[in-house]
Design a protein around this ligand. Sequence first.
Ligand SMILES: C[C@@](CO)(OP(=O)(O)O)[C@H](O)COP(=O)(O)OP(=O)(O)OC[C@H]1O[C@@H](n2ccc(N)nc2=O)[C@H](O)[C@@H]1O
Ligand SMILES: Nc1ncnc2c1ncn2[C@@H]1O[C@H](COP(=O)(O)OP(=O)(O)O)[C@@H](O)[C@H]1O
Length: 268
Amino acid sequence: MLTFPNCKINIGLRITEKRSDGFHNLQSCFYPIGWSDVLELIPASEFSFVSSGLDIPGDPARNLCVRAYEFLRADFDLPPVHMHLHKIVPIGAGLGGGSSDAAFALKLLNERFSLGLTVGQLQDYARRLGSDCAFFVENKPAYCIEKGDVFREISLDLSGYFILLIYPNLAISTAEAYAGVRPRHPEVSLLEQLQTPIETWRDWIHNDFEDSLFPVYPVLGEIKQKLYELGALYASMSGSGSTVYGIFQAPVTVSNHLGRYNVWQGKL
Ligand SMILES: C[C@@](CO)(OP(=O)(O)O)[C@H](O)COP(=O)(O)OP(=O)(O)OC[C@H]1O[C@@H](n2ccc(N)nc2=O)[C@H](O)[C@@H]1O
Ligand SMILES: Nc1ncnc2c1ncn2[C@@H]1O[C@H](COP(=O)(O)OP(=O)(O)O)[C@@H](O)[C@H]1O
């Protein structure tokens, strides 16, 4: 069985407070994007995992796909499988690529072996694998609060727009990025701001990680500026970086300046 774990962008990201468990509460809109990895699952005589494509730092035995399998095996009589992950979505990119792989592995195992897990149960397993992970179970636009793993309905339909993602070959650790932010409660809720026309988002929809990361990595602000020069209606860094995206009315021709980075363009 084959599946295509896609990534997400954050539209607005407010870090509102540090929690007693060391994590942070946030407000953000998570929006699924078509840039995807490929995950294959084949029943086998013993468990194995291989990856191809982009190098994934760390021990393959700790890969989030392997951990997803192990979490389910602890509770179900799961047969051994061979898992092959072809990694395309950049890592340390603020796109939740690893979290998506994990959520899709849970969904694939649930389906292949008829485990009968509900969406809520899959989300509970996913929450244990990463704060971003539960979002990818339903994988639809959501307003996320708390650790980013509690969801509120949002009526936000960007279909018809185009998105350009620029990953400047710079891996930023999520934990490090959180360590640099100063949490604060916003006066106006992001949920309200997201109901305004996209043309006005530039004036108030903000990713709080930009404040601490743009001074350290000036290339991020330069890319955002370039995206506006190219005609973006809205541009922002995604998550804890380093991907910067622009939302456009029509497809864009990517200049040499941006073309040297890892670039993906598609429809929203
Ligand atoms: C910043 C966000 C925004 O969407 O996305 P990415 O940039 O990773 O895509 C997420 O909050 C990232 O979620 P995720 O990548 O799953 O993080 P986790 O593995 O759960 O946690 C990694 C580390 O980030 C910090 N962390 C994460 C989430 C959170 N709400 N508060 C935190 O303080 C903690 O230090 C934690 O040890
Ligand atoms: N399948 C996977 N894909 C990407 N990263 C993974 C995977 N499994 C474990 N990791 C680890 O997760 C971290 C990056 O996670 P990722 O979700 O890609 O980051 P970000 O959300 O910042 O883009 C890396 O430290 C990497 O070693």
